[in-house]
Design a protein around this ligand. Sequence first.
Ligand code: FES
Ligand code: FES
Length: 213
Amino acid sequence: MGSLKNEGELEESKDAILYVNGVRKVLSDGLAHLTLLEYLRDSGLTGTKLGCGEGGCGACTVMVSYFDQNSKKCVHQAINACLAPLYSVEGMHVITVEGLGNQKFGLHPVQESLASRHGSQCGFCTPGFIMSMYALLRSNKTPPTEEQIEESLAGNLCRCTGYRPILDAFQVFAKSNIYYTQMVLSRYKNLKTVNLFALQLANPVLVDPTRNC
Ligand code: FES
Ligand code: FES
């Protein structure tokens, strides 16, 4: 995994670089015709889906992270990869659903909750929902409210599961949720203190841990 060690690295480098799930990628010239979605899928990261191709369905949602020079903070945002020209995310860190977790190495709590609460049927919309929820958790310093969770999913469409199971699966991450608190406490009962919010963000992929990006 590479690291953006200092602010000058990007300016000094002649290469256009991008981080995808913690892996440094060098972008060659001549890729201006590609969207971020096309680049990801051509790279084998086909968890990110092409639905409408025009920003309406959220199937292509990924999270981008970057260090904002004005606020001096890392910003985490869910974006529609179908609308983002590839070079528009140069120097940023792109997290796709593959970067969160999988069956082999363990699911991220967001994935686990959606699966266990039957929030996925055909699964086409699922990565987009997962990434919208994950980006909300990453961008908040405290657990979100139920209203914030609902709003964060406004750009994601599902045409077969229905929204109730999906919402139920994600509302467990709301700060008011007692079920989730108990579930986490029972799973991590050997720990003396439990930072629930930190556990929700289990194992984030970081390019620059000092900036949480
Ligand atoms: S594919 Fe529908 S929003 Fe990108
Ligand atoms: S699970 Fe099929 S579109 Fe959502």
